[in-house]
Design a protein around this ligand. Structure first.
Ligand SMILES: Cc1ncc(COP(=O)(O)O)c(C=O)c1O
Length: 447
């Protein structure tokens, strides 16, 4: 298809808006048809764990393409799937985890919803069908996952979403200016009240992003929060499901964001970085206590999608895990994350519009506000700042999420784990230039 036609199709999210046509990617850079270079500091939507077209992943894909690309899960198992399941078991936050694979983050969240409800049915508790999630949050765009989310994308679907079965409780809001201890108490009370008011006999699971992603730009919970949620889930007999679609695979300086704390989830969903964008792929790691309920059934976990466990995706995902391990990319990413964070703090200090810099490892966010006294979100700011950055050849992720009467405005950086110091310094220099342009723009004050 001609590129001109492509620009006017519905295939891009901004049809007709004249997006640059990307033609090549390598490491943390993309080039467009006009030869312009972009430093990809967010991996599109936090996808690039190993950057664009990592040679080891491309080789793994080629090897698998010559061998076997598809098997249907009700007819065959396949070797890459078995190998990947073994690797996921080695890196999963819980011991002796089982794995299940899909093709997108949303699909894995749907699978986790399905598994949680079926789990309680198998244990003779069919009334446990309700779910608790938080706002702000984003868990995907299929209806179940969207129902858990507080994303702006759900507005048109409010009437379709079965809201009664999902209780959304408040996560962190910097405007509340709570101390860490108060934040912890507030956050856990939100979840405990939701379980108590719905009744533990009705609640199947609590879903959370351990460190928030696209909806809130890398909010790190207060110390004790993840362990506290685990304790509440144990106390009330509710599954704890961590959506690590963005935070898995070393993004925050551990294999999993939940591993920064002791409390272990019952199910972890992952996607994005699992194949660094080489092919759509996702999955979940399931703790032994949950998996054994399904493994005891002749039908196992009879759920999934046509491409669940396809050998091509499994082979690339397995190579991603091996590469991250062989090249010690998690500790490297942790150190580079500190450099990125320190630079962002310095840049933020010079701007009146940065309310908070936050995050862990190579997932760092900045919240954009009218001023530091009020901490009021600056309407439309995230898109504008990301636009200035793009003009300078820097890709950053813009987060804009409804939060009560307001819309939270933030940007997020998530460069691949293979970046080096020079890349980080270039990202920071361009970010600083973009922010200077943004601060100088009169709209920044009035929008
Ligand atoms: C935490 C989280 N869960 C789920 C999803 C949905 O993933 P996908 O777009 O691959 O369906 C996203 C996407 O950004 C996400 O950030």
């Amino acid at each position: 298809m001609q590129a001109e036609k492509l620009e006017h199709s519905l295939a891009t999210s901004s049809a007709g808006r004249g997006l640059p046509v990307a033609v090549r990617g390598s490491g943390c850079r993309i080039w467009d048809r006009e030869g312009r270079e972009y430093l990809d500091a967010c991996g599109g939507a936090m996808v690039m764990s190993l950057g664009h077209c990592h040679p080891r992943l491309v080789e793994a894909a080629k090897r698998q393409l010559d061998q076997l690309t598809f098997t249907y899960r009700f007819s065959f198992s396949n070797e890459p799937m078995a190998e990947l399941a073994g690797l996921v078991r080695e890196i999963a936050p819980m011991q002796r985890a089982s794995a299940f694979f899909n093709s997108s983050g949303s699909e894995s969240v749907e699978s986790a919803i399905h598994m949680a409800i079926l789990y309680w049915q198998h244990l003779g508790k069919p009334g446990k069908i309700e779910l608790i999630s938080r706002y702000p949050s984003f868990h995907g765009s299929t209806l179940g996952a969207l129902g858990l989310s507080s994303s702006r994308w759900r507005k048109e679907f409010e009437l379709v979403l079965e809201k009664n079965a999902i209780a959304q409780v408040a996560g962190v809001d910097i405007r509340a200016r709570r101390s860490e201890a108060d934040e912890l108490r507030f956050g856990l009370e939100q979840i405990e009240d939701a379980i108590a008011s719905r009744g533990p006999d009705h609640v199947a699971a609590v879903f959370l992003e351990p460190i928030s992603g696209a909806s809130a730009a890398a909010v790190v919970p207060p110390e004790g929060y993840i362990d506290g949620v685990r304790e509440l889930c144990n106390r009330y007999g509710v599954l704890m499901i961590c959506d690590e679609t963005i935070t898995g695979f070393g993004r925050t300086g551990e294999w999993w964001a939940s591993s920064h704390w002791k409390g272990r989830p019952d199910i972890v969903t992952f996607a994005k970085g699992v194949t660094s964008g080489i092919t759509p792929f996702s999955g979940m790691a399931v703790a032994e206590n949950v998996a054994e309920v399904f493994l005891a059934k002749p039908e196992g976990f009879a759920w999934g999608h046509t491409f669940s466990g396809n050998p091509l995706g499994c082979a690339i995902a397995a190579e991603t895990i091996r590469t991250i391990r062989d090249e010690d990319l998690i500790s490297r990413g942790r150190a580079l994350g500190e450099r990125l964070r320190a630079g962002m703090e310095t840049i933020a200090a010079s701007s009146p519009h940065i309310g908070q810099v936050r995050g862990k490892g190579l997932l760092q966010g900045m919240e954009l506000v009218t001023d530091r006294d009020s901490l009021e979100p600056l309407a439309g700011a995230s898109g504008r700042l990301a636009g200035f950055a793009k003009e300078l050849g820097l890709m950053i992720y813009s987060c804009s999420t409804p939060l009560g009467r307001r819309t939270l405005e933030a940007v997020m950086l998530a460069p691949p784990l293979i970046v080096d110091e020079a890349d980080i310094d270039e990202i920071l220099a361009k970010l600083s230039d973009a922010l200077r342009k943004f601060d100088a723009c009169p709209h920044a004050e009035t929008a």
